[in-house]
Design a protein around this ligand. Structure first.
Ligand code: CTP
Length: 417
């Protein structure tokens, strides 16, 4: 994960409650990564949590005091007697990770027997909890009933993962890794963003056209810009469908993945999922041609094909043009964004595509620049819209490009009501 600030986390106040589980070590990493991303993290540790890790570990990674008790006399005390209320009240989010079966029960019953429980009762911000415990404890009807109670009260529960416990047993109850936890935190913080209640479809990656059972024709697209767009849309509060050919990148938490391979499969998936969608972002590098025939068996070098081989290629469907054709009838998607990766005459080519494909916005980039385009984490793009506005962006991360594009999409949707 890069240490660039994450916009949806930047300057947000997160209270991180930590309870007594061996998974506390993962909470240290979580506190560290949240701080690096720009969040202000106030950690509250229960007494049991302090048996696993000392408060100074969290203080070192957050650069802020750690709170351990509500009593003014002891170390780790709050600055004022009402600060426990303030701690929860001023926060954007209360995350309890890991949360034990015991603290789940305390919260479900509204107990107020330590600083974390009091803060959870006083908090008016969204609450996110990540259970971590032995599989049997997690599955126990008492724990499940308590979780049902909390869920009904609006608490968001991050499902534990299956795996091996410290005890050697295997089951469901492991705390997910930091990127997953941060994905849930981003989702919780982004929920009221400018795309709240909107449905966004994003395509990503280069399509792969089979030639025979072992070979495909593809391109250099890594899918990184598409995944960054999906994440930015989630951060803005959208429901996101990610139609992707990529298997190497982690799927942003909250996105619904639709895996595809070929241009034809991508076309079918796009046409199916744009029904009712507010925006389509076609970041995928779609092959324009596919082999006319797909050999049933592996092609061999023999006979006339031993030295040279000629392939016949045929056109694939132009997905954006098909989307454009059905748009006047269906009204969906309300905003369509295309991408143009060019190796020359950038603005002219992009403008031509904007018109030809009936786009609202096109994101054009010059792939000959070494720091932009495929595989790298940065991009240098120019945005062109149907009103004739041309907006060049500085060289920046794909995450920032994505945020910018999503902000433009949100503005377009706003003007369309
Ligand atoms: N695109 C599409 N269907 C295709 C090819 C491209 O929907 N069969 C989309 C891409 O996802 C992108 C935009 O169209 O958003 C422009 O893609 P590009 O390959 O640059 O455009 P083409 O129309 O294929 O033009 P050319 O390859 O001739 O430059």
């Amino acid at each position: 994960m890069s240490s660039e600030p994450i916009t949806v986390l930047h300057h947000r106040r997160i209270v991180l409650g930590v309870t007594g589980s061996i998974a506390v070590y993962k909470a240290v990493d979580l506190a560290s990564k949240l701080t690096q991303a720009g969040a202000l993290v106030d950690v509250i540790m229960t007494e049991a949590a302090r048996r696993f890790v000392a408060p100074i570990t969290f203080e070192s990674v957050t650069g802020r005091p750690v709170y351990t008790t509500m009593w003014a006399t002891a170390e780790g005390a709050l600055p004022t007697h009402i600060a426990h209320v303030g701690l929860g009240e001023g926060a954007d989010l209360l995350v309890i990770a890991p949360i034990t079966a015991h603290t789940i029960a305390r919260l479900a019953h509204g107990l107020a027997d330590d600083l974390l429980a009091v803060t959870a009762l006083a908090a008016r911000c969204p609450v996110l909890i990540a259970p971590a415990m032995d599989g049997g404890m997690y599955a126990h009807p008492a724990t499940q009933a308590n979780l049902t109670t909390l869920r009904a009260r609006g608490v968001t529960i991050i499902e534990p993962e299956e795996g091996r416990f410290a005890s050697g047993l295997i089951g469901k109850g492991r705390l997910p890794e930091t990127p997953t936890l941060i994905g849930h935190i981003r989702r919780a913080l982004g929920r009221s963003g400018p795309l709240a209640g909107r449905r966004v479809v994003v395509t990503a990656g280069g399509t792969r056209e089979p030639l025979d059972p072992v070979r495909v024709l593809t391109n250099r697209s890594s899918g990184k810009q598409g995944y960054a767009l999906a994440q930015a849309a989630l951060d803005a509060g959208a429901d996101v469908t990610l139609i992707s050919t990529v298997s190497e990148l982690p799927v942003p938490v909250g996105a619904t993945l639709v895996p595809v391979e070929t241009a034809a499969q991508m076309r079918d998936a796009v046409l199916q999922h744009i029904s009712g969608a507010d925006a389509l972002l076609m970041a995928a590098a779609v092959a324009d041609y596919r082999p006319a025939e797909v050999a049933a068996h592996k092609l061999k070098k023999s006979g006339a094909d031993a030295e040279t081989r000629t392939l016949t290629l045929v056109r694939t469907p132009d997905i954006l043009s098909e989307v454009n054709e059905q748009r006047p009838r269906s009204g969906w998607p309300r905003v369509v964004v295309g991408f143009a990766a060019e190796s020359g005459d950038l603005l002219h080519n992009a403008q031509e595509k904007l018109q030809r494909k009936g786009l609202d916005l096109i994101v054009a980039n010059d792939i000959t620049a070494p720091d932009a385009g495929f595989a790298v984490d940065t991009n240098r793009v120019t945005l062109l819209d149907m009103q004739g506005n041309i907006e060049p962006l500085e060289l920046t991360s794909k995450a920032r490009v994505a945020e910018h594009v999503i902000a433009r999409v949100a503005r377009l949707l706003e003007t369309r009501g």
